[in-house]
Design a binder for this molecule. Sequence first.
Ligand SMILES: NC(=O)c1ccc[n+]([C@@H]2O[C@H](COP(=O)([O-])OP(=O)(O)OC[C@H]3O[C@@H](n4cnc5c(N)ncnc54)[C@H](OP(=O)(O)O)[C@@H]3O)[C@@H](O)[C@H]2O)c1
Length: 328
Amino acid sequence: MKAIVYTKYGPPDVLQLKEVEKPIPKDDEVLIEVHAASVNAYDWHLLTADIFLVRLMGGGLLKPKNTIPGIDIAGRVETVGRNVKQFRPGDEVFGDISASSNGGFAEYVSVPESALVLKPGNLSFEEAAAVPMAAVTALKGLRDQGRIQPGQKVLINGASGGVGTFAVQIAKSFGAEVTAVCSTRNLDMARSLGADHVIDYTQEDFTQNGQQYDLILAVNGYHPIAAYKRALTPKGIYVMAGGSTAQIFQAMLLGPGLSITGDKKMGGVSGKPNQKDLAFMKVLLEAGKVVPVIDRRYPLSETAEALRYLGEGHARGKVVITVAHNNG
Ligand SMILES: NC(=O)c1ccc[n+]([C@@H]2O[C@H](COP(=O)([O-])OP(=O)(O)OC[C@H]3O[C@@H](n4cnc5c(N)ncnc54)[C@H](OP(=O)(O)O)[C@@H]3O)[C@@H](O)[C@H]2O)c1
C-alpha cells in the first residue's frame, strides 16, 4: 500500500510517499481502508520535534518512533480481528488513532476498535476526518474543564482554526453567548458559525477592554495568564487548549497556583481520546448543530504540502488529506 513515511525529524520535506506492507489487524484491531485524514498541530509537532518535550513524551528521542504519521482518519472497515465486537466489514468509521501507533496518512491502517465510532451518516469521509482531535479537544475544554452552562458568556481566543471553528459551534450548542476572537478576514466566518460577538485581535485586545467572561477557551495566540485572569468573572474558568509555547507553559506551571486563591480556575485541556466523546460529537454533527469547516484538501501524495500550510499557522478550519482507491 502507499503511505507517507518519515525516518528523521525535520521540515515537511522529510515526508516521502512510499510503498510499504499493508498492515494485518491483531485480534482486537480493525483494518481500515482510509478515505480521508486530517492534519493537526499534533502531527506538526511529531514531524518537526519543535518542542523537545515531544521526544521525551514518546515521539522517539533521536528519530520518530512511529514512521507513518497521521491520527485523524475516516474510512471503511475492510477486515476485523477475531475479538472485535463493534464493527463489521463495510462499516464507515472515523476516529482519532493517536492512542495507538498513528499511521493515518496511508491507504490502510490497523487500529484498536476502541479508537473508532461509526461515521455520521450525513458527513462525507473528508468532513468526518476533520472532526476527531480538534472537535474533541474543544468539547473537553468547554464541557469538562470549562463546565460550560447555558447563558454563560464564553470567549474563544483563536476561533478560526481547526479547534476554534468547532469550539464556537459546540459552545453555541450548549446555549452559551459566544465571543469569537480572530483576525479581520475571519470575522464573517466566525459570525456564520454562530458567534454572537466577534473581536478582531488585530484591532482590539480583549484582555484590556474591561469585559469579563464566565469561560475563556484559549486556542491560539498569546496573552499573559494574568491578563486572562483579569478577563474572567469572579467565578470564571480559563482553559488553555493551545497557542504559543509561553501560553502553554504558563497555564501548566502557573495555572494551579493562580487557582488556589479566589474562585477563578485556570488550567489546560486534559484527557485522552475516547469513543464516548467522539460519539457525543457524532450526535451534534448528525443534528447539524456542528458542521466541520474545511479550508483545503490535498491528495495523499501532497501531505507534505498540507503540513507546510498548517505550519504557517493561518488555516481557516481544517486541512484534509484525501486518499484515493482504485476500487472506486
Ligand atoms: N490540548 C490538546 O489536546 C490539543 C489538541 C489539538 C490542538 N491543540 C492545540 O491547539 C492549538 C490550535 O490548534 P488548531 O488546530 O486550531 O490550529 P490551527 O488550525 O493551525 O490554527 C490556525 C488559526 O489560528 C489563528 N491565529 C493565529 N494567530 C492567532 C492569534 N494571535 N490570535 C488568534 N488567532 C490566531 C489563525 O487565524 P489568522 O490567520 O486570522 O491569524 C488561524 O485561523 C495548537 O496550539 C494545538 O497544538 C491542543
